[in-house]
Write a protein that binds this ligand. Structure first.
Ligand code: TXA
Ligand code: MG
Length: 318
């Protein structure tokens, strides 16, 4: 059920249930991060492999030391600058954080989400919330309550209605190796913004199947419809003369034979607006009974890097 009644969500959560919550990035599938029954339910509902660790959501940076320890000063600086917001920090975990959350690693991923309803929820709970994105493993992340409902239907008793997600792409994940920041996932905060605060950042974003970096699986964020990514949409369109094509463009629309549906992410050419609209546009294209989707590659800077990363993972290989 989609509802804005937080009491219904609280009731579920304190009874080891799971609920969908809105955040500024994407909707999450949340459960008590300190309860293994709830944690197991998250993995089972998502069909997520247990080697893929979860992000812990806390109400403010004052609670960071309840889940993490030996926090580098540079991490504190990033937290002060970006929280609440779409930055996830990978830190040495506190002893009592479950192996289900961390996939047995000694690090924990943590963030303070920037959404009024979810902050209110966290304030009313005595435990942090573990929450991956609220989509079945490998599929497109949800940016509205309706997307979550479409995926899980009656399997989820409570979906908290929090409107369309403001940022629309998952959080940027930063870890620390020898106290130096390392970017593990491009996300809603661009690398340029991170570097303004943290200095130069090493990028270790994996593309191949790798249980060490499951968020980076290649076939992730993927529509069911076969999807291509190109610098030249008109050229590629010509290669599929008999097909019903859907097109995903940054700012300019396009008309050509075979193109049945066009999604323009930001007519104004605003990269933030494009990021916000990306997943909803992919959801619509995926539901439009098309033979294929052709997406335009974005300029590889700022949030364009994050959008390209998600589009790369949406395409079928081979
Ligand atoms: O914006 C977001 O981050 C959303 C909202 C709901 O907060 N959550 C999200 O969760 O995107 P999820 O599970 O779809 O992606 C979390 C990623 C995982 O794929 C995993 O690779 C990475 O975070 N992660 C979690 N714990 C980690 C750890 N200890 N070390 C390295 N990566 C970790
Ligand atoms: Mg996800």
């Amino acid at each position: 059920m989609i509802t804005s009644n937080l009491n219904l969500a609280i009731h579920e959560l304190v009874n080891d249930g799971i609920v969908a919550i809105p955040t500024e990035t994407v909707y999450g599938l949340a459960g008590n991060a300190r309860n293994e029954t709830a944690l197991r339910k998250i993995f089972i509902l998502k069909n997520r492999p247990f080697y893929n660790p979860l992000i812990v959501h806390i109400r403010s940076s004052a609670y960071l030391n309840t889940v993490a320890q030996n926090i580098p000063e540079i991490a504190m600086k990033l937290a002060r600058h970006f929280w609440p917001g779409p930055l996830t920090l990978v830190l040495e975990k506190q002893m009592d954080i479950s192996d289900l959350v961390t996939a047995g690693k000694n690090t924990v991923a943590v963030r303070v989400p920037n959404h009024a309803l979810t902050l209110e929820l966290l304030n009313q709970l005595e435990f942090p919330l573990a929450a991956p994105s609220a989509n079945p493993f490998g599929s497109i992340s949800p940016t509205s309550a309706q997307h979550v409902q479409n995926y899980f239907g009656k399997k989820l008793k409570v979906i908290v209605e929090g409107g369309n997600c403001e940022r629309g792409i998952e959080s940027t994940i930063i870890g620390f190796e020898e106290n130096q920041p390392v970017l593990y996932r491009h996300g809603s905060i661009s690398m340029e913004e991170i570097e303004k605060v943290a200095g130069s950042v090493k990028v270790i974003v994996k593309n191949e199947h790798d249980p060490q970096a499951p968020g980076m699986l290649s076939r992730h964020y993927a529509p069911i419809t076969t999807t291509y990514l190109t610098n030249n949409v008109p050229e590629l369109t010509k290669q599929f003369p008999q097909k019903k094509i859907g097109v995903l463009m940054f700012k300019d629309s396009i008309k050509a034979k075979g193109i049945a549906k066009v999604e323009v992410l930001s007519e104004a050419g605003n990269i933030q607006e494009a990021a916000k609209n990306l997943y909803a546009a992919l959801h619509r294209l995926d539901k439009a009974n098309l033979d294929l989707i052709i997406a335009e590659r974005f300029p590889n800077e700022d949030l364009g890097r994050s959008i390209n990363d998600r589009l790369e993972r949406a395409i079928k290989k081979g």
